[in-house]
Write a protein that binds this ligand. Structure first.
Ligand code: ATP
Ligand code: MG
Length: 686
């Protein structure tokens, strides 16, 4: 494509038909990677060249991140100026815009506030007269589901099916009263209130239908009932919209999204032009075949055939692991191995996908150990948790006493009566004498800058750090390290600190649990333990706590790099929707994890189908290589249980088409894994 060719130049005929269909409603329904999102971005360009002004076009995406990405793509196509005026947003942020501009019509003041989930829980507890967080949570779910299906408090009371729901309906009345009194809205209101406005206020409706003359919706399969109504109200009778979606990727049923919206569209808009796309431009044949095999297990709403021109490519690889840590090590070894081959992909070409957020941690730890930069997308990184940062500050200080930020964090966490005034004076003093704050601590002339009491406390802190450093240098091996670290936490009173600073006891406990995990992790790194992995037994060489702290400090500086860096992505399957990477590892493909199942519940057929769609989403994120990993043993609470491979693995039919691991490849892989292990034990190279 030459640089001044229109962006539609590379599109196939079906995509072009969708882009050029401008005078009526249009639905593109097609499988993963078939260029649906590409149709939307190209169509924005087309609309601008057909006389629409940028401010008249709204494109609705599923997440803020997707909106951001689409804005960038649009900028590329139509230029910065036009892109600025386009309304590219999620349903929710479009709702915020409508409410900011029109809220007064609904009796909202201009500066209304938007409650987040925690705020909502507090209001619910208050409205329901309870302190029981679990109860409030259940109300939140029920009320949210009602709201998302257009059910208000009055109707809720009528349809409530049992005592629980009747109670929830009663709470909902008081909840709504409180929101009104506080001039506040919750997330669901961001859709339901604009909808109410557009359906009840003809003037507002005319104004917005005139303002936004063309609407594009990506990931249409995951809209819920009220979002669909809002779309209808926005586009009105004229129905100038393009929706793109894939019924096989509907993964938000649990949040009220409904495939009914796909079925209703042709009924509500008889003029709807439905366009299928069949060519996949993302993945190799082997990956696509596995995806098609899995989704074949679900009933079909729309018949779809996906094919790719890219040839069969690398077979899908199955990684079997003896436990979570081993799984993470194998994933890391795979990244290193693929990068070692030939030209080698960048880190940002890799993603590790998993079903549940908590699975991320072991991968984070393994990546850090191998000094591979990564980002946790759509969730908090283990190492970004306040309690882990606190402890890392202490460790950094042990390694380098001149690390002033670490000093400041450690000296105030837990609190030891050293206040801002003292620290301010210490800072000024150290700046004057061009020394670190820790050095300043023992300077004789510091007595002139701080009170005698403060000086004593500072000295006490300095001694604590020195002693700790001595111990850390002379403690090695798993058991000794564990004991030393536990004693340290007790000495500085860290558990009490967490409890004092956290209102919610459960949260405090969870934080303390993270601390204990972290301690275990460090202790393990101190080695000396005999372990067996994949039939090979070995003893990790011993290291001192200080050595391990040093490795951690180096790794930490890796993490402090910005967003645009070359990083491996860690993300949940849900958050991976719409995205793609050359190399994907799909982790924890086990019964119970994927399909996810709570112990006490029987799994419904619908739930299983949604999990299967999730698996399909995961597989289809991969462009060039895909590895699926499964656990032979896995942790469940405190226990280790036998891991049962997910039924989805069999459904992928990996053995058909020669996807067994080649023995030579296997040797190569094992060598890479051993090398990775050895490298991780080495001192980091600064
Ligand atoms: P998903 O269902 O996962 O959201 P999608 O249908 O939205 O997928 P896109 O993300 O639009 O698919 O496209 C997948 C990949 O194929 C992208 O890298 C895109 O740039 C590329 N692509 C799309 N259409 C074409 C085309 N006609 N020629 C070449 N590449 C294309
Ligand atoms: Mg897409």
């Amino acid at each position: 494509m030459s640089s001044n060719a229109p962006p539609s130049a590379g599109l196939n005929p079906a995509q072009l038909a969708a882009v050029h269909h401008l005078d009526g409603p249009c639905l593109v329904i097609a499988g993963a990677g078939s260029g649906k999102t590409k149709v939307i971005t190209t169509k924005i360009w087309q609309l601008l060249h057909s006389g629409y002004r940028a401010s008249q076009i709204a494109a609705i995406t599923f997440t803020n991140k997707a909106a951001q990405e689409m804005r960038e793509r649009a900028q590329h196509l139509v230029g910065k100026k036009a892109a600025k005026d386009l309304a590219i947003s999620t349903f929710h942020s479009l709702g915020v815009r409508l409410l900011r501009e029109e809220g007064t019509r609904l009796g909202l003041k201009e500066q209304f506030s938007i409650l987040d989930s925690d705020d909502v829980l507090n209001v619910l507890k208050d409205a329901g007269g309870t302190t029981d967080a679990k109860q409030a949570q259940r109300w939140q779910w029920t009320i949210s589901l009602w709201k998302n299906n257009g059910v208000g408090p009055l109707q809720a009371a009528q349809i409530a099916a049992d005592d629980d729901e009747r109670a929830a309906a009663a709470v909902m009345v008081r909840y709504q009263e409180r929101l009104a009194a506080y001039q506040a809205v919750d997330f669901d209101d961001l859709i339901t209130l604009p909808l109410k406005l557009l359906t009840t206020d003809a003037e507002a409706r005319a104004k917005w239908q005139n303002k936004l003359r063309y609407v594009l919706v990506d990931e249409y399969q995951d809209t819920n009932a009220v979002q669909y109504e809002l779309l209808k109200a926005l586009v009105g009778e004229r129905g100038m919209f393009t929706a793109v979606g894939d019924d096989d990727q509907s993964i938000y049923g649990w949040r009220g999204a409904t495939i009914e919206n796909l079925k209703r569209l042709p009924q509500d808009y008889p003029a709807l032009k439905v366009i299928p796309l069949e060519q996949n431009y993302r993945s190799t044949g082997a990956i696509l075949r596995a995806a098609n095999n899995v989704i074949a297990g679900n009933p079909k709403l729309f018949e779809k055939k996906l094919w790719s021109e890219y040839g069969d490519g690398e077979p899908v690889v199955l990684l079997e692991a003896d436990g979570e840590e081993h799984e993470a090590e194998r994933a890391v070894a795979r990244i290193q191995q693929l990068r070692a081959d030939g030209k080698g992909p960048a880190f940002k070409d890799f993603a590790i996908l998993y079903r549940a957020n908590h699975q991320a941690r072991v991968f984070e730890q393994a990546l850090r150990r191998a000094q591979i930069p990564y980002k946790v997308s759509g969730g908090q990184s283990f190492f970004d948790k306040a309690e882990i940062k606190d402890l890392c500050a202490w460790l950094r200080l042990l390694v380098n006493q001149d690390d002033d930020p670490a000093f400041l964090r450690a000296v105030t966490t837990p609190k030891r009566g050293i206040g801002h005034t003292t620290l301010g004076a210490l800072g000024t003093f150290s700046a004057q004498w061009k020394c670190s704050m820790f050095e300043a601590l023992f300077s004789e002339s510091l007595a002139t800058a701080v009170t005698a009491r403060a000086l004593a406390q500072l000295h006490e802190f300095g001694r604590t750090v020195n002693e700790l450093q001595y111990k850390a240098r002379h403690t090695e091996g798993h058991t000794a390290a564990h004991a030393m670290l536990t004693e340290w936490l007790k000495d500085i009173g860290y558990e009490a600190h967490l409890i004092d600073n956290e209102e919610n006891e459960k949260v405090a406990q969870a934080r303390w649990g993270n601390v204990l995990d972290f301690v275990d992790w460090i202790a393990k790194r101190c080695g000396g333990q005999h372990s067996e992995e994949g039939g090979v037994s070995f003893t990790e060489p011993k290291q001192s706590v200080l050595d391990v702290a040093q490795t951690i400090s180096v790794i930490l500086s890796l993490a402090e790099r910005g967003e645009e860096q070359d990083q491996v992505t860690l993300t949940t399957l849900h958050a991976s929707k719409g995205l793609e990477w050359p190399h994907v590892v799909l982790a924890g493909v086990n019964e119970g994890l994927l399909p996810f199942k709570r112990d006490e519940e029987e799994m419904t057929a619908e739930a299983l189908q949604e999990e299967r769609r999730l698996m399909y989403v995961g597989i289809t994120r991969a462009r060039t290589t895909l590895a699926v990993s499964t656990l032979r043993r896995r942790k469940k609470g405190r226990d280790t249980v036998v891991g049962i491979p997910s039924r989805f693995l069999a459904e992928m039919k990996l053995n058909e088409g020669g996807t067994r691991e080649d023995p030579r490849e296997k040797l190569k892989r094992m060598r890479a894994e051993l090398a990775a292990k050895a490298a991780a034990r080495d001192e980091p190279q600064p």
